[in-house]
Ligand binder design. Sequence first.
Ligand code: HEC
Length: 312
Amino acid sequence: MKLPLKAVTIASVIVAAPVLAESWTLVPENSHLAYGTIKKDTVGEVNSFTNLRGHVSPDGKAEIEIDLSSVETNIDIRNERMIEHVFRKAGAASLTAKFDMEELSGLEVGGTTTVDAESVLSLSGTKVAFDAEMFVARLSETSVMVSTNDMVFISTEDAGVNVGVDKLMELAGLSGITRTVPVTARLVFKTDDKKAEAAPASPVSVATVDGDIKAGKKVFRKCKACHQLKPDRHTVGPSLHGVIGATAGRADGFRYSAQLQESGIVWTAETLVAFLADPNGTIPGNKMQFPGLKNDEDISNVIAYLQLEAQG
Ligand code: HEC
């Protein structure tokens, strides 16, 4: 029985996005928008939206689209009821926000800051304005993570979904569902600006990927057959020292394939996610004889580990 929190979340997302004077596109795989509900005063649950889209324009206007039909309450019938009664089959909710780009530009790779974002959530014709404090981390030259600094609370009444919540209570035979919803968001944006991609590599913060470093160390055992982390220690594969933020094929003294060297890829959390999931599909003909990691968690964990241990 989760409700209007969704709308709130969307707004938070928008706020966070503008970091530099470039356009930024939301990376759905690395982004997460969730809200909490409490029923009968005691049972807390987390719901999320699995389908988000968004971008931030160079002047700091953020727009996030939340696919309301992608709500995940972990119970199918509940998803259906949410979509029908609370979201009234609206399709998408939109969140817009305006950022002060002056404050955000000049954030170095690895740098973090908090910004206030004035946001507006539109849900089935109802607009809810709210302020959200967002934590912004520059993950790499081409990526930025924005997350809610605290929870954002959205009132079901303001969001125009009280009638739908009443209906959910009736359908589920519940005595109560909270009428204010905490929302949290983690949004990762990347720039498609070619200039930014060509920028010189710089050390990247550990915070880039939301992974478990200890678990990542275990995953890295698979890589160790061919990769060392010490500088210039090349074995079957190149040393991965300083690889985060670097251009592919940059290590001195290792003979890369032309395919890898000419790919022009910069190793960020996003490009590593793609490459480690499918090395040969991402850079056809490269000579890393490794089928790829099948588990998404293994991928983000090993990247978190590399961010910590492979810093140049
Ligand atoms: C069987 C050996 C092998 C294994 C296992 C392996 N790699 Fe590689 N890797 C290579 C080789 C060889 C290259 C160079 C490819 C080329 O030049 O085309 C490479 C290239 C790379 C690059 C690009 C480096 C650069 O400087 O541009 C990254 C990043 C990378 N591997 C990460 C990993 C990670 C992370 C794992 C473990 C999940 C892993 N590799 C497992 C052999 C391996």
